[in-house]
Design a protein around this ligand. Structure first.
Ligand code: NZQ
Ligand code: ZN
Length: 379
């Protein structure tokens, strides 16, 4: 095991039907001025907006609407939100949505309290924010586990970077699987694949030797695969839906990362693919993962062999990777970028490869040339 300190600051409310009572209970802790932050039109379409407004009004809150947080949230949207928080003297941010809304709000919460440009502060001065506007998250689409941690993935359009920024931890997160029932199946699948990816990215980090976190991780991977198959077979399978929601949380609440240096090289590559194409995160990962693993597995063959046995029930590292690729095909995620309508030219491939962050936890240090090869193989 690597050394670690572990504290977990997020209060979790989990369970079918828990949303209203949990929100009412939590709202008592915060001041009057609430920023209600959400994405596109799904919140109003599903009727959840009206339910939330009623709860906020009954609690005597003054509500400022912050709508239109897009999938792959932009830095400009973060700045817009921070300005609103300052202008309306916001006491509390209520983020309602999937990973994009949650991520955007974590950084709004920090940016609103600092004069500096937060991107410059974190990447230029290597300083992290210390003061935050309190926030809570109501999860309406699971998979990223974003509500569990203080990392956020933000697209800086001018810089053509999709990068991690560090912001607020939510004070609380409400995970009511009923709220995810309106998510289109395509997004349910790409979200759950993101969960599987987070587990794998953690598992294949250092040390290679199996530890407690890895053994729990294997169970979460098996669970995600099994329940994803169940929910595809029957979208009304509430049990599978709730399992996937908690598996998503387990992927990112830190438990699987204890004693590990995580890999996340595939994520870094997907984020830059996203910066240039604005692609769906889970779908981008689905295309990249098997190709990426075929490039690196020989550097951690024992671990890949164990993973093949424990997660996919097959013998041999390459057989495990093939099982992953077959699974991606089975659940109708793309195996090629062209299936996502993405046709990368050489200039873009070079730009993505040159701007991809190389992670310390990956078993193989990728070169720019190898990333170019990987991207060409994904076409
Ligand atoms: O925008 P609306 O209209 O609300 O529609 C959304 C969006 O189009 C829809 N949706 C959400 N809840 C719904 C619903 N539709 C119907 N009913 C509901 N209840 O789902 C679509 C996708 O939402 P989004 O939040 O973009 O998806 P996801 O949760 O997959 O988040 C993706 C973002 O999270 C980042 C990704 O890079 C990407 O930007 N990630 C954040 C991580 C973190 N902070 O820990 C880790 C991940 O690796 C990931 O990078
Ligand atoms: Zn992810």
């Amino acid at each position: 095991m690597e050394r670690f300190n572990y504290t977990y600051p997020v209060r979790i409310h989990f369970g079918q039907g828990c949303f209203e009572d949990s929100l009412k209970q939590e709202l008592q802790r915060y001041g009057k001025n609430v920023l209600l932050a959400y994405g596109g039109d799904s919140l109003k379409r599903t009727g959840l907006y009206d339910r939330i407004i009623t709860i906020l009004n009954d609690a005597g809150k003054t509500v400022t609407d912050f709508a239109g947080i897009m999938p792959n949230p932009t830095y400009a949207k973060v700045q817009e939100g921070a300005m609103m928080v300052r202008e309306h003297h916001i006491d509390f941010i209520l983020a309602v949505g999937g990973g994009s809304v949650s991520d955007c709000c974590k950084i709004i919460s920090a940016q609103a309290r600092i004069g500096d440009d937060i991107w410059e502060m974190e990447y230029g001065k290597h300083l992290l924010p210390e003061s935050f506007v309190p926030m809570g998250v109501v999860v309406t689409a699971s998979g990223t586990g974003s509500e569990q941690n203080n990392g956020a993935v933000i697209t800086h359009e001018q810089k053509q970077l999709k990068s991690a920024l560090w912001g607020a931890f939510a004070d609380f997160a409400i995970l009511d699987p009923d709220l995810t029932k309106t998510v289109p199946m395509k997004q349910v699948i790409s979200g759950a694949f993101d969960t599987l990816s987070h587990c794998m990215e953690t598992y294949f980090g250092r040390p290679e030797e199996i530890n407690v976190s890895d053994e729990i991780n294997e169970a979460v991977q098996r669970n995600t695969i099994r329940n994803l198959r169940r929910i595809i077979a029957n979208p009304n399978d509430d049990y599978a839906r709730s399992e996937l929601m908690w598996a998503s949380a387990m992927g990112e609440n830190g438990i699987l990362k204890l004693g590990k240096v995580t890999d996340f090289q595939c994520h870094m590559l997907e984020h830059q693919l996203g910066a240039y194409t604005d692609c769906n995160h889970g779908q981008g990962l689905a295309v990249l993962h098997p190709v990426f693993y075929r490039h690196i597995y020989q550097n951690a063959e024992e671990k890949f062999t164990r993973w093949a046995q424990e997660v996919w029930l097959v013998n041999g590292a390459i057989e495990g990777i093939n099982s992953l690729a077959d699974f991606i095909h089975e659940i109708k995620l793309p195996n090629r970028l062209s299936e996502m309508g993405i046709n990368l030219d050489d200039t873009t491939i070079h730009a993505i490869a040159e701007s991809t962050i190389i992670t310390p936890g990956c078993c193989k240090k990728l070169t720019t040339d190898e990333i170019i090869e990987i991207l060409n193989e994904c076409k």
